[in-house]
Design a protein around this ligand. Structure first.
Ligand SMILES: C[S@@+](CC[C@H](N)C(=O)[O-])C[C@H]1O[C@@H](n2cnc3c(N)ncnc32)[C@H](O)[C@@H]1O
Length: 260
C-alpha cells in the first residue's frame, strides 16, 4: 500500500519529539499529530454580525487589554507586576473567566478564545464588572502557552472543549498528549488545572490522556469530587446548556506535581 500524508499519523511516528522543559525533568510530547503539532484551528471564528455597541467594545476596549500577538509573555509584561497568573482556554462567552477574575482581583487572568462573538461576550462582562485584571487573546491558546515562561501559571481551566466525537477527529481534541505536556510545563508545581465536560467520549479520552501525564495528579477521592461542581467553579454557558439537555457533567481537578 502506498503511504500517503493522510496515513502518516496513524502508521508512522516520523516526526521528532517536541520537548518542553519542566521543573524536575523534561516532558516530551509524543510524535503524533495533535493540536500542538497540527496547529490549525477548527470551528467558527465569527457568528452573527456585531451590533454597534459590540463593535465599539472590539474597537475600543479590546486593544487596551489584548495580549500581544508576538514576543514573550509574563505577568510583568501583561499586568505591570509579578502577580499570580491564571489561564482559561476557550472561554466561550467569558462568564467563567469574568467570575474568576472578580473572585481573585489580585491575580492576572489570561483568556484565549478564537471566536469573535465569544470575545465580545467577555468584553461585555469585563466592562460591566469593571475588571482590570483580565487580558484577552483572540486565537489559539497554544500560541499563548508557548510564549509564557515555564512554571508561570497558578491555575488553568479548560471547560467544555469542543468534543470532536468522531474517532478520526480525535487529534483535534485539546486534551491530547502534546497540549497536556505544554500545560504541565507552564503550570507551577503545586498549580491546579480544571477540566469540565459533559461529553462521554471526550471524558473517557481525556481521562486516559491525563492518566498518561505523570506531571498531574487527579484530585478526586470520592465520586462526588467529579460529579458535583465545586462552589468556586462558576457554571459556563455550555454547562448550563448540557444540564438543560439532561446531560451529566463531569468536573476534574488536577494538581501539577512538584516532581515527575
Ligand atoms: C464548546 S465551547 C465551550 C466554551 C466555554 N468554555 C463554555 O464552557 O461555555 C469550546 C470553545 O473553545 C474554543 N476553542 C477551540 N479551540 C481552541 C483553542 N485552541 N484555543 C482557544 N480556544 C479554543 C472554541 O472557539 C469554543 O468557543
Amino acid at each position: 500500500m502506498r503511504i500517503s500524508q493522510r496515513h502518516v499519523p496513524r502508521f508512522l511516528p516520523i516526526q521528532g519529539l517536541a520537548t518542553w522543559r519542566v521543573p524536575g525533568g523534561a516532558v516530551s510530547a509524543p510524535a503524533m499529530n495533535d493540536p500542538s503539532t497540527i496547529r490549525r484551528l477548527y470551528g467558527r471564528r465569527q457568528g452573527h454580525k456585531l451590533r454597534g455597541g459590540q463593535q465599539t467594545l472590539v474597537d475600543e476596549l479590546l486593544p487596551t487589554i489584548e495580549v500581544p500577538r508576538t514576543g514573550a509573555l509574563g505577568a510583568a509584561s501583561l499586568f505591570g507586576d509579578d502577580r499570580p497568573l491564571a489561564l482559561e482556554i476557550g472561554f466561550g462567552a467569558g462568564e467563567h473567566l469574568a467570575a474568576q477574575a472578580a473572585l481573585y482581583p489580585e491575580c492576572g487572568f489570561i483568556g484565549c478564545e478564537p471566536f469573535l462573538n465569544g470575545v465580545v461576550g467577555a468584553l461585555a462582562h469585563i466592562r460591566e464588572r469593571g475588571l482590570t485584571n483580565v487580558r484577552l487573546y483572540m486565537g489559539d491558546a497554544l500560541d499563548v502557552l508557548e510564549r509564557l515562561p515555564e512554571a508561570s501559571l497558578e491555575r488553568a481551566w479548560l471547560l467544555h472543549p469542543d468534543p470532536w466525537p468522531k474517532a478520526r477527529h480525535a487529534k483535534r481534541r485539546f486534551m491530547n498528549d502534546g497540549p497536556i505536556a505544554l500545560l504541565a510545563a507552564k503550570l507551577k508545581p503545586g498549580g491546579r488545572f480544571r477540566f469540565g465536560t459533559d461529553h462521554p467520549v471526550y471524558c473517557r479520552w481525556a481521562m486516559m490522556a491525563m492518566q498518561r501525564a505523570t506531571a498531574f495528579e487527579w484530585l478526586a477521592e470520592t465520586a462526588e469530587d467529579f460529579l458535583v461542581r465545586p462552589p468556586d467553579w462558576p457554571e459556563t454557558r455550555y454547562e448550563a446548556k448540557a444540564r438543560r439537555l439532561g446531560h451529566e457533567v463531569w468536573y476534574f481537578q488536577y494538581l501539577r506535581r512538584k516532581a515527575c
